[in-house]
Design a protein around this ligand. Structure first.
Ligand code: GDP
Length: 313
């Protein structure tokens, strides 16, 4: 069993490659829910859905979110009611949020709802929300706090950032199966996801970070920072705001208490000695997943990192 800690777009690219070489029944994904939001009274889980759609063969892989070929008729109609439409929900995508919200109102836990949605969509890998409790990523700016989606989508991450909080993280319990997956799997992979706002909320949940420190499984990560900047999105901006170097070294600083191996890009090979001085082994590879072959190659590299006999921790 391989366990992946995952955000949205970067993780989806990696899982796409992994699903070509590992049977889905052997993959568990622990998904960030810190950027879940309520749109038109519907519970939306953007990162869970990105991974679920990917594994169901429904993801719009060009865009990195939503259902491929989706239409936006409802969104257009909502404009007539002066409802906010900056968070784009496609018509087919809406069915997922309606069904999730219905089941949550009927008393199911988010993890149970996710399992039901996955079953209906034919997803055979296991997708676990990090917690059934609400953890809310808040981005602090000089003009007040924003939810992650307000910062990321509505403001297009242009606001100055003064802090980040995972509200509720300390009290939240890991959802059923999460701690066991980390403790009992053959390897744990931190996907190339935003270390602050995609992996950060997962690490904030009670018990998850200690489980990563204690697990007998090897823990590896793929750096989402290449050549001093994020491949996409605000990871670099957020790392800088919180005082980390925007580099694979900064990624190492964030994960160093539990990380065994970091896969860094060929462009960053010169950083290897500094990273290894922090007690983390380094593998250098092409980590830019521009096509399916590159995604599969990176997944193979990650699996080799889990197998290589460097001596277990
Ligand atoms: P967000 O877009 O910052 O909210 O973060 P996500 O966790 O959803 O996924 C985007 C992250 O994945 C960013 O930090 C990117 O730098 C990283 N990423 C996206 N594509 C690639 C890729 O092809 N290779 C690598 N190494 N990282 C990637």
């Amino acid at each position: 069993m391989i366990t992946i800690l995952a955000g949205g777009t970067g993780a989806a690219k990696f899982v796409r490659g992994l699903s070509e070489i590992v049977p889905p029944e052997e993959i568990t994904i622990i998904s960030n829910t810190g950027d879940d939001c309520v749109v038109w009274s519907l519970h939306v889980s953007p990162d869970l859905d990105t991974i679920m759609y990917l594994l169901a063969g429904l993801l719009d892989e060009e865009r990195g979110w939503g259902v491929k070929g989706d239409t936006f008729t409802c969104l257009q109609a909502m404009k007539r009611y002066d409802e906010p439409t900056w968070f784009q929900l496609g018509d087919r995508d809406l069915a997922t949020h309606i069904q999730r919200t219905k089941w949550l109102h009927e008393g199911l836990m988010l993890s149970e709802v996710t399992a039901c949605l996955c079953r209906s969509l034919g997803v055979r890998a296991r997708i676990l929300p990090m917690s059934n409790d609400r953890v809310e990523t808040r981005i602090y700016t000089p003009h007040g706090a924003l939810s992650f989606q307000e910062f990321f989508v509505r403001e297009r991450w242009s606001s100055e950032v003064t802090g980040v909080e995972f509200h509720g993280g300390q009290r939240a319990l890991a959802s059923p199966g999460v701690i066991e997956a980390i403790r009992e799997s053959d390897g744990v992979v931190i996907a190339p996801s935003n270390p602050i706002t995609s992996v950060g909320p997962i690490l904030s949940v009670k018990g998850i970070r200690p489980a990563l420190v204690d697990t007998p499984a090897r823990v590896i990560a793929i750096s989402p920072i290449v050549g001093g900047q994020a491949v996409s999105g605000p990871a670099g901006k957020l790392m800088e705001a919180l005082g980390y170097k925007v580099s694979a070294l900064g990624v190492t600083q964030i994960y160093r208490d539990f990380l065994d191996v970091l896969i860094i890009d060929e462009h960053d090979a010169a950083l290897s000695p500094e990273i290894e001085r922090l007690g983390v082994r380094v593998t250098v590879a092409n980590t830019i997943m521009h096509d399916l072959a590159a995604k599969v190659d990176l997944a193979k590299t990650a699996m080799e990192c889990l197998r290589t006999d460097w001596g277990r921790k």
